[in-house]
Design a protein around this ligand. Structure first.
Ligand code: ASN
Length: 356
């Protein structure tokens, strides 16, 4: 399904934005079971835009909109969904000056981080947004988020995957959902915002964006993520009293190829040799294991405390100050490619898209 904004017919396609609607609260409608993803978003968006003051409407960049045939609540997204969206952007990359992905907020930051790794060297904006309230609800945040996303998607200086939400522009590989209800549901704990809405202007701060030296020439990496929808990479957050047998139940499974551990504070783990032995056995078998903190801000410094020192010797990679989203999707991305184990380990600790 494809539709265009009223002005799109007069604009060459390379001056347009492509909106890809995947589902999420932004387009949901009430059903007897609760909110459900709903279609005809093109017509519904037209109606909403028609209610804007003429001056605001005229300033919006022209766009086309495609809607996925199966719309999802983003809690149903898997690595296969991330791959699908990246492939769709790749197929149309030279036809549009920028892209807006309308996505549910629950896993929006996961998709954003994954897209950043798949679309390396991106030379135009890919802006993800969604909403905490459906488009038609009174005082919904949906229309403002779409407007902002469109404005940033038209800024050619912006050349990376970002999230626009509630007036803030955040790096996709640095953002997390921080609130279940508030309109400003996203934050970027370890990196400043890349831009923001200042009254009627949408201001990008280029000094915070990915420079050409950092991102390099376009070299999209679009490996097959399908196997990872079956859970080949796991995520374990420590809790007081965690036992070796519990960790082993996941890490020893032959289907598991990678793991993200969320440690205490600056990178500490329970002082239990059996736990360390489970981890060392897994890395010895070639499993890619990385560690970040459970604390939302700051970095891990493996080895700063005796309680974390053995992790380095057990082959655990430092995830530095990466978000869980950025660390997990990076493990998936590296494992999906035909790389040697040492290349994977080396790339994990290198900043590929400004994620660390
Ligand atoms: N459950 C919804 C989703 O992630 C939440 C939202 O979009 N605000 O699809």
């Amino acid at each position: 399904m494809s539709t265009s904004s009223p002005l799109a017919a007069c604009a060459p396609s390379e001056e347009r934005i492509l909106i890809i609607y995947t589902g999420g609260t932004i387009g949901m409608e009430v059903s007897p079971k609760g909110l459900l993803p709903s279609g005809h978003f093109d017509q519904r968006l037209d109606q909403a835009l028609a209610r804007l003051p003429l001056a605001e409407r005229q300033q919006l960049p022209v766009f086309d909109l495609i809607s996925y045939p199966t719309l999802i609540d983003s809690s149903a997204a898997t690595p296969a969904t991330w791959q699908h969206i990246a492939t769709d952007i790749d197929a149309r990359i030279s036809d549009y000056r920028g892209f807006v992905i309308l996505h549910g907020t629950d896993t929006l930051s996961w998709t954003a981080a994954s897209l950043a790794y798949q679309l390396q060297g991106l030379d135009r904006p890919v802006v993800l947004t969604g909403a905490m309230q459906p488009l038609e609800v009174a005082n919904s945040d949906a229309l403002e988020n779409i407007q902002g996303a469109l404005h940033f998607a038209a800024q050619s200086a912006l050349q990376e995957v970002v999230i626009y939400f509630a007036g803030q522009l955040l790096r996709g590989a640095r953002a997390v959902k921080q609130h279940t209800e508030a309109v400003d549901a996203f934050t970027s704990p370890n990196y400043p915002r890349l831009g923001e809405r200042v009254e009627e202007d949408f201001v990008y701060y280029p000094s915070r964006g990915l420079s050409y030296q950092q991102r390099g020439a376009p070299r999209f990496e679009l490996p097959d993520y399908t196997p990872f929808a079956q859970g080949e990479v796991i995520r374990v957050s420590l809790w007081p009293g965690i036992a070796a047998w519990q960790l082993a139940a996941w890490l020893n499974d032959v289907r598991v190829r990678g793991a993200l551990l969320q440690l205490w504070g600056a990178g500490n783990i329970t002082d239990d040799p059996d736990i360390m032995s489970v981890i060392a056995t897994a890395t010895g078998e070639g499993k890619l294991i990385a560690a970040i903190s459970q604390a939302p801000q700051g970095s891990v410094h493996l080895g700063a405390y005796a309680a974390g020192h053995d992790l380095v010797e057990a082959g655990v990679l430092s995830g530095d100050g990466m978000t869980p989203e950025a660390a997990y999707t990076k493990l998936v991305h590296l494992l999906a490619q035909p790389l040697t184990e040492s290349a994977r380990r080396q790339q994990f600790v290198t900043s590929l898209v400004g994620e660390r």
